[in-house]
Ligand binder design. Structure first.
Ligand code: GLV
Length: 308
């Protein structure tokens, strides 16, 4: 029995190293160089090419290399009857929070403006807002969103969060599906941490921006598909949005000719906010490999009908 790594857009070496260290007895092969398709029982995937999973007649686990599974579902020929799992790792939540805290404090301390002033030799104070006067709103209170909401609240920020089913998080005001209109008018900083589904695609659009407090700052660390790019640029132009920090894009890598690169009040990072560390997550994949082979219940299973 063998694990197939199907990740044409990512380097497989860190995964091979992690498995070699933690389970040297397991055979791993990198697609498309698979010696025996019938031996594959677990496919570890990131953006697998359409139809590639159909090559394996004994597949019993499809595992996402990350927390999200939208990249798997882009494959319209993905076998429907095979369980799908995703990564759940405290390190993902920690690194997401560390990224977000950096982005929020960079914005609140006006560091971007100071960098621009520095280039012009301009000594000028900017407004600096204390944590306690800043309201952070988080769209999506899954594993990552709940962790980050709680951490921001512990630091003294005012925090609220919106999710389809209402969550209970200490010191965080939570809103459920039908309370969106109440949630969206409060934040000074809006963070998108939603899964990308049919229901959330394009949610960061003109209508949402119009409901925000004027001058709200946007941070998108979820998926580029959440953001309607033309509405975003227009929201910045009319100062409904004061700026943004974007880590995810409809097209990645973001093409050099993309207009986002030219926006002086937008910080762009290369989808680095919460990277899966193979060494940290290999154990849970190995666990599912054995469970799948022994026909036991898997861990971190995703309900495909919910798309996350
Ligand atoms: C990263 O974007 C992930 O889904 O883990």
């Amino acid at each position: 029995m063998t694990i197939a790594l199907i990740c044409p857009e990512k380097a497989p070496t860190p995964w091979l190293t992690a498995f070699a260290e933690q389970a040297p007895d397991i055979n791993i092969e990198v697609w498309p160089n698979i010696s025996n398709n019938d031996a594959i029982t677990l496919a570890l995937c990131w953006q697998q090419p359409t139809g590639s999973l159909l090559e394996f007649s004994h597949l019993n686990v499809i595992c996402s290399m990350g927390a999200g599974i939208d990249h798997l579902l882009n494959d319209k020929k993905m076998p429907a009857n095979i369980p799908v799992t995703r990564i759940i790792d405290p390190n993902l939540a920690t690194s997401m929070f560390e990224y977000l805290l950096t982005a929020v404090t960079d914005h609140m301390s006006a560091l971007n403006k100071y960098r621009q002033q520095q280039a012009q030799g301009n000594w000028q104070w900017q407004r600096q807002v204390p944590f306690s006067k800043t309201h952070i709103g988080i769209l999506g209170l899954g594993q990552l969103g709940s962790h980050c909401a709680s951490k921001f609240a512990q630091l003294g920020f005012q925090v609220s969060g919106w999710s389809t089913s209402k969550k209970d998080i200490d010191q965080v005001t939570t809103y459920s599906q039908d309370e969106f209109d109440d949630f969206i008018k409060v934040p000074d900083v809006l963070i998108c941490l939603l899964p990308l589904t049919d229901a959330t695609r394009g949610i960061l659009n003109k209508s949402l921006f119009n409901q925000l407090k004027s001058g709200c700052y946007l941070i998108n660390v979820a998926r580029g598909g959440h953001l309607v790019e033309a509405d975003f640029i227009e929201g910045l132009e009319r100062k409904q949005l004061s700026g943004a920090c974007l880590d995810v894009f409809e097209q990645e890598p973001l093409p050099a000719s993309h207009p986002f690169w030219q926006l002086s009040n937008v910080t762009i990072t290369p989808h680095c906010s919460s990277l899966t560390r193979p060494r940290s997550v290999a154990k849970q994949i190995i666990e599912n490999y054995h469970r799948g082979n022994n026909h036991e219940a898997l861990i971190n299973v995703v309900d495909i009908s919910r798309q996350y």
